[in-house]
Design a protein around this ligand. Structure first.
Ligand code: CA
Length: 695
């Protein structure tokens, strides 16, 4: 009997090897495989590993005892320097991931060998209408297909074995600034996808498509449309009562760009929604809730009808998207079992809701220093706002949130939720009273170049800090906090090895003991990490993989007060016990100081100042605050030809194919001259500061 079992095991092993070698003939994943994905030790079949989004693996070969032997098995460059946020999926030894620009890769998970790559060829000029880098958070696997959402709003099904497209549908009006950065999710034979764009002005929605054919099954709008055209549902008619003015002309916002989960037992699909457009309440006609923005929603997966809603930030005024991960669990609360859904929200509060009804069970601040709300109403969970929170002020958390999209993990063994928290982020809350909707640019409504007393105060405030936070969702208290030297930490993985894995902005991938937060192991990936690690098993051996690639809003904005962040060449890294593969990635970036610019331009102080303000408004989001860049070109190092050709680049769109679009609709040649003067001035300042420093 025992020998028989062993032979069977060997046979299975050989077959698995053959299948892997031929490029992946895995059995198509169906509903049963997804429902039982928690029991499947070897694979990582969906975004959060299970429908509950636990990101907890029962594997424990790599454990608190053996972790000292963990080393690099392989790494592979993904030919980008942009942000990488994807969760790789793994089935039967094959790993599927996305990289920047929605490119999909299938590779041998044991060796990193490419099996196929699919590039949806997103027009690079789209980058202008993507708030937070050209990122993608991964694929879905189902029915022998790989699904990806693209930055230009398409949903594409690929043949899982070959990577060739099976169907390709547009999920959004391509004339509008919609984008998809989120990973598609699977629910009852449908592919569910949302979109982004609330920073520019669009009407948010989530759609479900037949997984086999790509035919749309339903669409749920998150904000009401033009009342004169009639509302799609009672939910939209109800929501319309909570809006003022002519919101539909701007779109309304409320985009569902991340945080989608499904509960097959209730047949409910949960997702969060983003901010209303514009960011500021006063620019939307004043106090009103603006449903269903900044909310957690449950819709019936069969029909797309609203089941319940819970608004985390009514009448959001601070970009407090509610699109952070939603984690389901069955917890004992108040002496009885509750089916809950949990979220560590951008706004600084940790929410526990009944996921069948949406009832607020509890909520607590998980960071200190929140300035916009005193707390939550204990009965309803509605925030109790500070009286001055709506006026020009320094607001904490900043729009980037006390926690953002970065996945969190829940360990049923420790009962703790693990996620990256940012403490003490602050931003200026100063609306632009002259703001008018402009479809050709972003529509935050933020006062440009504000230099008042608040700005001076903000400059001297302490920088934010970051930590891995282990949170007890029952007691609503921290179990432990592991501080790190940067503000931004990446997504999290928890395992039965009593470990929690997390990368961070300075390129360190670390493993902590799940029970007490003691750091047990680390590896320097030399490139900032935002993405969550995953773990899987091939032929009885456990692996850990993570994408390293620094970017996103924090990476591109390159705020030095956020710690020693590390731009670099993006790659995937895979670790195994006993791994000894050498790791010598090429250096990234320029040597300081920049050379003295070879171009002399009119640099009267008024022109430079005008350029500084324009740069802050239109360029800094990608080329860095004070023209000191992270992953994208640092313009202080521009060649003479580039500086001379700046009108053609900025207005003529000569580098649109590289992702630098034309700004002809919003800037004029005089303004570009001012930006040029500012860049030259910054380059000179850089060169001279270094000269002065030399002995
Ligand atoms: Ca937002």
């Amino acid at each position: 009997m025992r020998i028989h079992g062993r032979i069977n095991g060997l046979l299975a092993c050989a077959v698995a090897l053959l299948l892997t070698a031929s490029g992946g003939n895995s059995a198509p994943i169906g509903d049963a495989e997804l429902r039982d994905s928690g029991k499947d030790q070897s694979n990582w079949l969906m975004y959060g590993r299970t429908y509950e989004d636990h990101r907890f693996s029962p594997l424990k070969q790599i454990s608190e005892k053996s972790i000292g032997k963990l080393g690099l098995a392989w790494s592979r460059e993904l030919t980008t320097t942009r942000g990488l946020e994807a969760t790789p999926l793994v089935q039967d030894g094959i790993l599927y991931t996305t990289s920047a620009w929605s490119v999909v890769h299938a590779m041998d998970a044991k060796t990193g060998k490419t099996l196929w790559t699919y590039d949806p060829r997103v027009p690079r000029a789209r980058a202008y209408f993507i708030c937070c880098d050209v990122v993608n958070r991964g694929v879905a696997l189902y029915g022998g297909k790989v699904y990806v959402g693209t930055l230009d709003g398409r949903l594409i099904a690929l043949n899982q074995r070959t990577g060739s497209p099976v169907w390709d549908v547009s999920t959004a009006d391509s004339d509008k600034p919609y984008a998809i950065t989120g990973a598609p999710r699977i629910a009852r034979g449908m592919v569910v996808i949302g979109n982004a764009g609330a920073e520019y002005g669009v009407r948010g929605y989530i759609s479900a498509y037949d997984a086999e054919t790509g035919k749309m099954a339903w669409r749920f709008y998150t904000v009401p449309g033009d009342p004169s055209k009639g509302f799609e549902s009672k939910a939209m008619a109800d929501a319309a009562k909570t809006w003022k003015g002519e919101w539909w002309k701007v779109g309304g916002g409320g985009t569902a760009w991340e945080g989608i989960v499904y509960d097959p037992s209730l047949d409910l699909l949960y997702f969060g929604t983003g901010n209303p457009t514009a960011w500021y309440r006063d620019l939307r006609g004043g106090n009103s809730d603006n449903l269903y923005t900044a909310s957690i929603l449950a819709v019936r997966a069969r029909t797309g009808e609203l089941a319940w809603h819970f608004q985390t930030t009514p009448g959001d005024n601070w970009d407090f998207d509610s699109t952070q991960p939603l984690v389901q669990a069955d917890l004992f609360i108040g002496g009885r079992p509750r089916m809950v859904i949990m979220q560590a929200n951008k706004n600084g509060f940790f929410y526990v809701l009944d996921r069948a009804t949406g009832e607020f069970l509890s909520g607590k601040a998980f960071v200190s220093g929140i300035t916009w709300a005193k707390g939550l109403d204990p009965k309803t969970g509605r925030p109790i706002e500070e009286p001055d929170a709506s006026k020009p002020a320094i607001i904490s958390p900043a729009p980037d949130g006390a926690h953002n999209w970065n996945p969190m993990a829940f360990s049923p063994e420790s009962g703790l939720v693990y996620f990256p928290a940012k403490i003490g982020t602050q931003s200026l809350h100063v609306p632009d009273t002259n703001w008018k909707y402009n479809p050709d640019k972003s529509n935050l409504g933020r006062a440009p170049g504000y230099e008042g007393p608040l700005a001076a105060k903000l400059k001297i405030m302490p920088p934010p800090t970051g930590e891995l936070l282990a949170w007890n969702p029952v007691t609503q208290r921290a179990a432990w906090r592991a501080k790190y030297p940067v503000a931004v930490g990446g997504g999290v993985l928890a395992t039965a090895g009593n470990l929690v894995f997390q990368g961070r902005a300075d390129g360190i991938l670390a493993a902590y003991r799940a029970t007490d937060g003691k750091q047990m192991w680390s590896f320097d990936a030399k490139t900032g990490i935002m993405a969550p690690p995953v773990t899987y098993q091939i032929d009885g051996v456990q692996y850990v993989s993570v994408l390293a690639g620094w970017g996103g809003p924090d990476g591109l904005g390159n705020d030095p007060s956020w710690g020693p962040t590390k731009p670099g060449f993006g790659r995937i890294l895979t670790f195994v016990l006993g791994g000894k593969t050498p790791f010598n990635p090429p250096a990234f970036g320029h040597k300081f100081p920049p050379p003295m610019p070879a171009l002399t331009v009119d640099s009267n102080s008024q022109l430079v100042r005008q350029g500084e303000l324009l740069f802050g408004d239109h360029c800094a989001g990608c080329h860095g605050a004070n023209a000191i860049a992270g992953p994208l070109p640092d313009l202080r190092y521009s060649s003479k030809a580039t500086l001379e050709g700046i009108q053609g680049i900025v207005l003529g769109g000569t580098r649109a194919a590289m992702g630098m679009p034309s700004f002809a609709k919003i800037l004029n040649p005089g303004q570009v001259r001012a930006i040029q003067a500012y860049i030259v001035w910054r380059a000179r300042a850089g060169a001279m500061a270094a000269t002065v420093k030399k002995p």
